[in-house]
Design a protein around this ligand. Structure first.
Ligand SMILES: *Cc1c(COP(=O)(O)O)cnc(C)c1O
Length: 451
């Protein structure tokens, strides 16, 4: 089948995620044949530098030899087994290692199979914990503005991005939404250097008034990724940890996007030296290979479910593919690579290189309001006016159109509204970092008709 036939069949049979399918009439799907390192190759032989780690999941490149071998080895051993009453070596080893590397106090590992499910698990656990420990009035969750925690109904309920949730509002949980940090457009007029997280007082006020009805606060530590890679100071998390402890409210850290080294630390909570009560992990967990997620919790939470069967306190949540051995063996090999290749240390110079090249180009660019970066995430916020920070109207689809132009430069980018971002695999080489940034600016300038 040639490209044209493949695309025709694709559109005949497939409903793609996060897409208006009508757009595909003009812009048919790129059919990828193979991957190698930071590159993807389509069926016509074009190659694309994967600057977004294939939806934020890939860490060590496509078709990484070490990980390929780990899957192959496990495949000949055991592909899957029911995870209730049964267990297997890869899951046991993985759970032990995860407890070792996650923030202190997180000691019990619950397995699920994707990010949204991990969030559902965290919400259910927190709710049930309070039901079983005498604080039955605690039934609601707090989330911050622009939060994203996945797209199942529970996860959407604690999200705050209208694009994904608006139509479903009548179906969603009654979550308390609090204005969160918005550092680029800080309403307190602070710069990043002088900020004392003044915005936290809104969270403080709400918690002081409503703590009796609140089970948990859920937050994306350091970076609100889907919101447009919005980055905020660690101090916000420190304050949040403190007030949650004070009022018997769980702190749920959704590190699905930022965990596993993305922000320069193994987990983003480390920037604030805080331990959440519950941490959700997925995406980078399996280095972009297989669906798997983990919810790691404190002994205190675990113990609230631990009792005689007849007391009916167990956590009866399960997914068919929970704890899949292939996925666990990939996660284990990924953690081995982290250790043996000193990945966090090596990423520092890569992050610096991204920063240096991009900052120069962004500062003098008429349509880039801000370049922000933490570790291996860099984001360019496009604005119509740098002084007023006026955003481009969403109908213009500025980011989307620039990403289409980037493809012509052999670069896979994906917009978040008016924000373009870099989230490359950690194995990206120096020359490809340069290519990534150069091609991005070329696409931006092509769009705006700048030479
Ligand atoms: C991607 C993401 C999720 C959802 O994970 P899925 O595997 O796509 O369901 C949840 N939270 C955050 C912060 C994410 O980035």
């Amino acid at each position: 089948m040639n490209l044209h036939e493949l695309q025709k069949k694709d559109l005949n049979y497939i409903w793609h995620p996060c897409s208006q399918m009508k757009d595909y009439e003009e812009f048919p799907p790129i059919v990828v044949e193979r991957g190698e390192g930071a590159y993807l190759f389509d069926v016509s032989g074009n190659r694309y530098l994967d600057a977004i780690s294939s939806w934020w999941v890939n860490l060590f490149g496509h078709c990484n030899h070490r990980i390929n071998n780990a899957v192959k080895k496990q495949l000949d051993q055991l592909e899957h087994v029911i995870f209730a009453n049964f267990s297997h070596r890869p899951a046991i080893e993985l759970a032990e290692k995860i407890v070792e590397i996650t923030p202190a106090g997180l000691n019990k590992v619950f397995f699920a199979d994707n990010g949204s499910s991990a969030v559902e698990v965290a919400l259910k656990m927190s709710f049930q914990y309070h039901q079983q420990t005498g604080s039955c009035r605690k039934k609601r969750f707090i989330a911050v503005s622009d939060a994203y925690h996945g797209e199942t109904i529970g996860a959407l309920s604690v999200g705050d991005i209208d694009l994904y949730s608006k139509i479903y509002k009548p179906l969603l949980l009654d979550t308390i939404k609090v204005p969160g940090p918005d550092c680029y457009r800080c309403i307190y007029g602070q710069e990043r250097q002088s900020c004392q997280t003044e915005c936290f007082h809104q969270m403080e006020n709400v918690i002081e008034q409503k703590h009796n009805e609140v089970c948990a606060v859920i937050i994306e530590p350091m970076v609100q990724a889907a919101a447009g890679m919005k980055m905020y100071p660690a101090q916000y998390l420190t304050k949040l940890r403190e007030i949650c402890s004070q009022y018997n409210i769980h702190l749920i850290a959704d590190e699905i996007a930022v965990g596993f080294g993305r922000t320069g630390k193994m987990f983003a909570c480390e920037h604030a030296s805080v331990s959440p009560d519950i941490i959700c992990l997925s995406k980078g967990l399996t280095a972009g290979y297989l669906p798997l997620s983990l919810v790691v919790v404190t002994d205190n939470i675990y113990n609230a479910f631990y009792s005689e069967y007849t007391e009916q306190k167990a956590f009866l949540h399960s997914h068919s593919y929970t704890g899949n051995p292939l996925a666990c063996s990939v996660a284990l090999e990924s953690l081995n690579i982290f250790k043996e290749d000193n990945v966090l240390e090596r990423n520092k110079s890569k992050a610096e290189q991204i920063n240096k090249i991009t900052k120069n180009l962004a500062n003098k660019h008429p349509y880039i309001g801000e370049f922000r970066q933490i570790g291996m995430i860099g984001a360019l916020e496009l604005v119509e006016d740098k002084v007023t920070k006026q955003a481009f109207a969403w109908e213009k689809r500025v980011g989307y159109n620039i990403c289409k132009l980037a493809l012509k430069e052999g670069l896979l980018l994906r917009p978040l509204g008016n924000v373009l971002y870099f989230m490359p695999p950690y194995i990206i080489e120096e020359k490809d970092i340069e290519r990534m940034v150069t091609a991005t600016f070329k696409a931006i300038n092509n769009y705006f008709g700048i030479d």
